[in-house]
Design a binder for this molecule. Structure first.
Ligand code: PLP
Length: 455
């Protein structure tokens, strides 16, 4: 690679890709034409032909600080030369320092367990929830309530918690004990309500499920503050507080999945803080290292740890181990990420840019095919429909053409991951916090042009 261009043999590399690399989530023919990314700077990535794209998806919702932060690479290098590896069955300094910082970011005392991915952070949360109840004398509490359209990961438990059919199809049966409820989708309310007549029936339904399942069998409820990959579904303001209240009343733990919403994305350090809710367990990954190295964490309220795990009976400790969880280099990059976030006031920046993005997106409201526009922090979803009156979802091929038209114009936008029939018509935006105001405007301009191009 020279000046961002793969000088020799781009086609030979892609031929090898077709032969050796298996790309997930991409259908066979599409997987034969990947974009080979060879570099990046700020909010931009460069492909092998030297094309530069404004990445309005931060890779996979994670490169919050942009692509060229040498400080993050240097933190990894320093750590790897000093002490490259030791498992967290013992300890090391970067893990201690990062656990303390995360607890501070969470605004309360939390015990932190490190792992490798958002999926694993959620698996760990489910295990902790079950074990917590078992060790307090309620071993029959093992079920987890989750929402349709949510995504919580790709492993057998996290996938079972997810509510997206196409990701599960042909892999079932998955882990048992996950009970799904309708999502807070205010544009297509599962209870036929409009915002003006909403009585948060979707939250009330969780209360009903507690009775129908018998609450003594329910260990936890898991929810993202805003369903992200499932189409940026922003709930009514009282929804998460209501889930908190329901969990308290029924003795279940509230797990909040902050894998995307965490680390400033919503304009607050964590998304749940915007709703004034204190979760029992918080799971995080992605933005924790701004995507530079794999790392995830499961944070558990210190009181819960003290209550159920601070004892020496047989089997009372958490029996989950992973070789790479809390890798020293990843923790060092996590610390450097938080340093930059704090030094450059990135949480405030995300909030201010998010307000701008929301205001700019309003310009699209009158365009053909634009049904609903939802924004929350520096995160947005534009729901495309055949026409505004029927709200019939726009055909997936046409949504794909909008995404492709944006890319042709040099802007990468996303599409919701929920490809359940009738549920894959939402363009998603999740730009790095380093975008400028002009770049936010450009993202919206290009999306508008792309929508007009298919109209
Ligand atoms: N939870 C949420 C909300 C996610 O969006 C994702 C991934 O996109 C995950 C969990 C799983 O994270 P990972 O891909 O790191 O396993």
């Amino acid at each position: 690679v020279e000046d961002g261009v793969l000088k020799a043999g781009a086609s030979a590399w892609l031929e090898k890709d077709r032969r050796y690399v298996w790309h997930g989530m991409v259908a066979h023919e599409a997987a034969r034409h990947p974009m080979a990314v060879v570099g990046g700077d700020g909010a931009y990535v460069l492909d092998a032909e030297g094309r530069r794209y404004l990445d309005a998806m931060s890779g996979l919702w994670c490169v919050n600080l942009g692509y060229s932060r040498k400080e993050l690479a240097e933190a990894a290098y320093r750590q790897m030369t000093e002490m490259p590896y030791y498992p967290l069955t013992h300890t090391h300094l970067p893990a201690i320092a990062l656990a303390e910082r995360l607890s501070t970011w969470l605004g309360g005392e939390y015990r932190i367990f490190f792992s490798n991915s958002g999926s694993e952070a959620n698996e760990v949360a489910f295990k902790i929830a079950r074990q917590y109840h078992a060790q307090r004398g309620e071993p029959h509490r093992w079920k987890v309530v989750s929402r349709y359209r949510a995504y919580h990961g790709n492993t057998m438990g996290a996938l079972a918690a997810s509510g997206q059919f196409d990701r599960k199809f042909r892999y079932e049966p998955l882990a048992p004990g996950f009970v799904h409820v309708p999502p807070p989708d205010c544009y297509r309310c599962p209870f036929g309500k409009e915002p003006s007549t909403c009585a948060m029936e979707c939250a009330q339904y969780v209360d009903d499920v507690m009775r129908w399942e018998v609450d003594e069998t329910v260990a936890a409820v898991i929810a993202e503050p805003v369903i992200t990959g499932g189409g940026v579904l922003v709930p009514p303001d009282g929804y998460l507080p209501k889930l908190r209240e329901i969990c308290d009343r029924h003795g279940a733990l509230l797990i909040v999945d902050e894998v995307i919403c965490g680390f400033g994305r919503t304009g607050a350090p964590f998304g749940h803080q915007r709703y004034g809710v204190r979760p029992d367990i918080v799971t995080m990954a992605k933005g924790i290292t701004s995507g530079y190295l794999p790392l995830a964490a499961t944070a558990v309220r210190a009181e819960l740890f003290e209550e159920a795990f601070a004892r020496d009976e047989a089997y009372a400790h958490l029996r989950h181990v992973n070789t790479f969880g809390g890798h020293p280099a990843s923790c060092a990059v996590g610390l450097a990420t938080l340093d930059i976030m704090e030094r450059e006031n990135m949480v405030d920046r995300a909030r201010i840019l998010g307000d701008l993005l929301a205001a700019e997106l309003k310009r699209l409201q009158g365009l053909p095919h634009v049904g609903d526009i939802r924004a929350f922090g520096l995160l947005a979803g534009v729901e495309l429909v055949e026409d505004g009156a029927t709200r019939a979802p726009l055909a997936p091929e046409l949504v794909g053409r909008v995404v492709a038209a944006c890319r042709q114009r040099g802007v990468i936008v996303g599409k919701n991951g929920d490809t359940t029939p009738g549920g894959n018509n939402i363009v998603t935006l999740c730009p790095p916090f380093v975008v400028s105001e002009a770049e936010v405007q450009r993202i919206v301009d290009v999306l508008g042009e792309a929508i007009l191009a298919i109209s």
